[in-house]
Ligand binder design. Structure first.
Ligand code: ATP
Ligand code: ATP
Length: 566
């Protein structure tokens, strides 16, 4: 007698014909959506800003419509059960959810309270909770002595780490994370990605992230939402990034650096047999030591084209000084001095990269450079600057998107001129359909766009400090911002760009500073800094994704006896 195979386990999460419509919206934010996450799978949910990724996740445990009003149609199932049959908090043991905005997760006074909260709600013994807190802090890289620190007095990235630890400690079989690494420095993001997608414990993971390099290697499957809030692609990351690249780009979705290189190598007829997930993997079969010169000749222009697309711009001539700080000591608002002996000159019309690990003091320095925080010691010369905050909504003061833009324009400007300028900005940033919405109703990427549109609309500031402006932006938003930064520079404006994106710094900033060890660790051409592995490691940074391609070009040139690129 043949025994029939046991039925497959129920999917961890499943959406069938799901539509979600927010009140007064002209059309549903998502739907109809049909997709699932199988138990034990690690799934990446991709989509442009506003495509409904957060909406899909919030509807999963019923937070929409329980806490956020919206009409939900269709069938949502968690581990085979109707998700709506329980209250959101009744799912807490099954689903641990990390929200896109860390500040929405944090509710305790101290780091320890924050982390213990979920386990205290389960009435666990204090010793067990204390042990779990120690373990999770170690796992995410939070120092033990931070247990008593006030969570409100942490940097943006540090708060994100605490919020992630508070979610991980719940040890639920399904972990859902909405952009968990948006504010993390490269090293911390890598550790977190490894932790989230690790096989231990057989946890199921559903993750939304725009930062793909280093993550996609450990993803089993992707679900891609398009601009209309429906699924436009689903399957193996290798296949999707190779075969559906044009589709992803048409929806303004990020593709990893490896996919751009793969496309160049495909055109040259020397691509890897299967779609690569990293730049190193894209080049693994093209080892300059063993490759024939004819094959090297074919591959070289393709790799060169890729490297040129991510290379630093030509440096400016020496221009007059705009802002200068000498022997400056900088402290966060009501906080201790974190940077000492800072000597820095920013020249008019330059784009300066400000790089460093989480908590290094980049935002504190940025606020001092803009004149928004007084120095504790030393001198600052130069005009005040405009500041795009790390958390976009910290900037919003108006009741609608349109009115928010108007705040950037001078009071004496005629009303119809103001409206014309605001309408042009809405169009440029793709926010026209949301003009009457409250800024807080926007998706995270849309909020970022509004904050940047408002800041760049004003002609008032000769210096703009942009604090992680790309965090949460989709590929089309990021491309727009890059263009905007370059055109501001053309108009003589000066920009300090605080970023965790090494490829972006390399592409936009001829010069960068590395902030670390209580001061400025290094100041020089971005390319040179990034070539110095020891220095980058000291600053807690990793090389850009494109670095492996630059090394390959050098090795290929040596082998062919051609001039070695610098
Ligand atoms: N509370 C709300 N009220 C009204 N509209 C909302 C609300 N929350 C989100 N929306 C709208 O629903 C759409 C989907 O938003 P959602 O936050 O799910 O997108 P997303 O894909 O997560 O975007 P992002 O990548 O920018 O975070 C957007 O157009 C947004 O403006
Ligand atoms: N209000 C505050 N009170 C006390 N300490 C603070 C306060 N705000 C920040 N800090 C501390 O000051 C240091 C510098 O913070 P800052 O926000 O400048 O770092 P950052 O480099 O911008 O970090 P991130 O990349 O995480 O945003 C951090 O160690 C942080 O914990």
């Amino acid at each position: 007698m043949s025994r029939s195979a046991p039925p497959p386990p129920e999917p961890a999460a499943e959406w069938r014909g799901v539509e979600v419509a927010y009140p007064f919206a002209r059309r549903p934010a998502i739907g109809p959506v049909d997709c699932q996450v199988r138990q034990g799978e690690r799934v990446l949910l991709l989509g442009p800003s506003g495509s409904g990724k957060s909406t899909l996740l919030l509807a999963l445990t019923g937070l929409i419509p329980d806490s956020i009003p919206a009409e939900v149609k269709g069938d949502i199932r968690l581990f085979g059960r109707d998700a709506g049959s329980r209250k959101p908090w009744d799912w807490a043991r099954h689903v641990a959810q990390y929200f896109q905005d860390a500040d929405q997760t944090l509710c305790g006074m101290r780091v320890e309270d924050e982390l213990a909260f979920a386990l205290e709600n389960r009435a666990m013994p204090p010793e067990t909770i204390a042990r779990a807190v120690t373990e999770v802090m170690r796992a995410v890289g939070l120092p033990e002595e931070w247990r008593q620190r006030a969570s409100a007095q942490l940097s943006g990235g540090e708060r994100q780490l605490v919020a992630l630890a508070a979610t991980l400690i719940q040890d639920a079989p399904l972990f859902v994370a909405d952009e968990p690494t948006a504010h993390l420095a490269p090293e911390a993001a890598r550790r977190l990605h490894a932790l989230l997608t690790g096989r231990e414990g057989g946890r199921t993971v559903l993750i939304v992230d725009h930062r793909l390099d280093g993550l996609i290697e450990s993803i089993d499957r992707m679900i891609v939402l398009g601009r209309g809030g429906t699924v436009v692609a689903e399957g193996d990351p290798r296949r999707i990034f190779r075969e559906e690249r044009m589709l992803l780009q048409s929806h303004g979705i990020w593709c990893p650096a490896s996919s751009a290189l793969d496309a160049e190598l495909m055109r040259a007829g020397v691509a890897a047999p299967i779609g690569p997930l990293s730049v190193a993997e894209a080049l693994a079969h093209l080892d300059p030591e063993s490759l024939s010169p004819s094959c090297l000749d074919k591959a070289r222009p393709a790799v060169e084209a890729f490297v040129a697309s991510v290379s630093p711009p030509i440096d400016l001539h020496e221009s007059p000084m705009l802002v200068q700080v000498r022997q400056a000591a900088c402290a966060p608002f009501l906080g201790p001095t974190v940077l000492r002996g800072v000597d820095l000159t920013i020249r008019q019309g330059e784009i300066l990269g400000v790089l460093g690990r989480n908590g290094a003091g980049k935002s504190t320095l940025g606020l001092c450079l803009a004149g928004l925080l007084p120095l504790k010691a030393g001198t600052r010369r130069g005009p005040a600057g405009g500041y795009a905050f790390q958390r976009a909504e910290n900037q919003f003061t108006a009741a609608t998107v349109h009115e928010e833009l108007l705040t950037a324009l001078p009071a004496r400007m005629k009303a119809d001129e103001k409206d014309r300028r605001a309408a042009a900005a809405l169009e440029t940033w793709g926010l026209a359909a949301l003009a009457r919405n409250h800024p807080f109703e926007l998706s995270q990427g849309q909020k970022r766009k509004l904050a940047l549109a408002t800041l760049t609309l004003s002609d008032h500031w000769p210096l703009l400090v942009l604090d992680e402006p790309m965090a949460g932006l989709d590929a089309s938003g990021a491309a727009l911002l890059s263009q905007e930064i370059l055109s501001l520079r053309e108009k003589g404006r000066t920009i300090a760009l605080i970023t965790h994106d090494m490829d972006l710094a390399l592409k936009l900033c001829p010069r960068s500073i590395l902030v670390g060890e209580g001061g400025i660790l290094a100041d020089g051409p971005t390319q040179e800094l990034m070539n110095d592995g020891v220095l980058m490691a000291r600053a807690g940074l990793t090389e850009p994704a494109s670095a492996a391609a630059t090394r390959w070009l050098k090795a290929a040139a040596l082998r062919l006896g051609a001039p070695v690129p610098c």
